[in-house]
Design a protein around this ligand. Structure first.
Ligand code: SF4
Ligand code: SF4
Length: 226
C-alpha cells in the first residue's frame, strides 16, 4: 500500500494507507492520550480519550480505530477535543476513590498523570462509587477493583499476549466489572504465573504487585516517541 497525504494540526504529512489516526499522530510526535489502547492489539475503544476533530465529520472520531484517508484534515488538540477529554477524565475521577496520596501507584498512575496534563483537579461532581475488598491472597497480584476504570487492558493483555484468559468483563451498566472466573476473588489461582503483564499495563493502582522489599510497580506505559 502506498502513502497518502493529509493534514495534521495544520501540517501536511504523508502516511501509509491503512494506518490509524492515532498511529500517524504518534509517528509525527503528537501525543494523543489513551487509557485503553495497547499497541499491536485490536483497539477496544473503551475510554474514548483519543477522540480528535476531523474536518467534515459531525462528531468527534476515535483516533485509535479510524484509518487515515487521503486529504483528511485532523485536529488532535482543538479546544473542543480538549474539553471532551477533560470531561471524560473528570467522569473517571468522579467515581474513583480520593486516595492518591496513599496509593502505591501514585507515581506511575496514568489516570492521575492524564488528569494533571489536562488540568483536571477535583471533579465538579460525584457519581456512585464502587467499593470492593482488596484481593491480596494471590502471591503474584493484588487487585483493588475500587480503582478499576474498566479500560479492559488486563482482559486483552492476558488473553492476547499471555494466552491465559484469566479475566473477562461481566454484568452491565453501573455493575460492569472485570471478573476472574465466575467473579471469585483471584485468591491463590495457579494459572496466574507471575508474568506481571496485566500489572504493567494497568493504567491505575487497580492491579499491583504484592510489595516486597525493593520491588514496586513500574510504569506508566505512556507513549514516548522513538
Ligand atoms: S489509582 Fe491513580 S488516581 Fe486512583 S488513587 Fe491511585 S494514584 Fe490516585
Ligand atoms: S484492572 Fe486495570 S487494566 Fe484491568 S480494566 Fe481495570 S483499570 Fe483496566
Amino acid at each position: 500500500m502506498g502513502n497518502i497525504s493529509l493534514t495534521l494540526n495544520g501540517t501536511p504529512v504523508s502516511a501509509p494507507q491503512g494506518m490509524t489516526i492515532l498511529e500517524v499522530a504518534r509517528e509525527n510526535g503528537i501525543d494523543i492520550p489513551t487509557m485503553c489502547y495497547l499497541k499491536d492489539l485490536a483497539p477496544v475503544g473503551a475510554c474514548r480519550l483519543c477522540v480528535v476533530e476531523v474536518e467534515g465529520s459531525r462528531t468527534l472520531v476515535g483516533s485509535c480505530h479510524t484509518p487515515v484517508t487521503p486529504g483528511m484534515v485532523i485536529q488532535t488538540h482543538s479546544p473542543k477535543v480538549l474539553e471532551v477529554r477533560r470531561v471524560l477524565i473528570e467522569l473517571m475521577m468522579a467515581s474513583h476513590p480520593d486516595t492518591c496520596i496513599v496509593c502505591e501507584a501514585a507515581n506511575c498512575c496514568e489516570l492521575r498523570l492524564r488528569a494533571t496534563d489536562l488540568e483536571v483537579g477535583m471533579p465538579r461532581f460525584r457519581t456512585r462509587m464502587h467499593y470492593f475488598p482488596v484481593e491480596d491472597e494471590n502471591p503474584s497480584i493484588i487487585r483493588d477493583m475500587s480503582k478499576c476504570i474498566l479500560c479492559r487492558r488486563c482482559v486483552a493483555a492476558c488473553d492476547n499476549i499471555e494466552g491465559k484468559k484469566m479475566f473477562s468483563l461481566a454484568y452491565r451498566g453501573f455493575e460492569t466489572k472485570v471478573i476472574y472466573d465466575l467473579d471469585k476473588p483471584i485468591g491463590s489461582n495457579e494459572t496466574c504465573r507471575d508474568c506481571k503483564t496485566c500489572i504493567t499495563l494497568c493504567p491505575t493502582g487497580a492491579l499491583r504487585l504484592p510489595m516486597k522489599f525493593g520491588q514496586e510497580k513500574k510504569g506508566p506505559v505512556l507513549y514516548v516517541k522513538g
